[in-house]
Unconditional design. Structure first.
Length: 91
């Protein structure tokens, strides 16, 4: 199994075997505006590594969405309770 690293720019993704990626290639990628994705993947091929990265990104996005949803519900309830308390105090 090889370890792959990803460089992304907008919707473009480039995949490199970490063992063969040179400093010169890294510098060129940075000049072209690519940013290193903060994840390395162990996989048998580039295709497998890309699929694992996509799966991880999807799972992370879903977790973030659920977190925001849960916090939004709690925030709405807290605001409603505060408004109700304020109404009773001002009576």
């Amino acid at each position: 199994m090889n370890t792959y690293v990803f460089y992304t720019k907008d919707v473009a993704t480039r995949i490199y075997d970490i063992k063969t990626l040179t400093r010169e290639e890294q510098a060129v990628l940075q000049r072209e505006g690519f940013v290193k994705y903060p994840l390395t993947i162990r996989a048998g091929s580039e295709e497998e590594a890309l699929e694992k990265m996509r799966t991880t990104a999807r799972e992370n996005a879903l977790s973030l969405y659920q977190f925001v949803q849960d916090n939004a519900i709690v925030t709405i309830i807290a605001i409603a309770c505060a408004l109700l308390s304020l109404l009773f105090i001002l009576r």
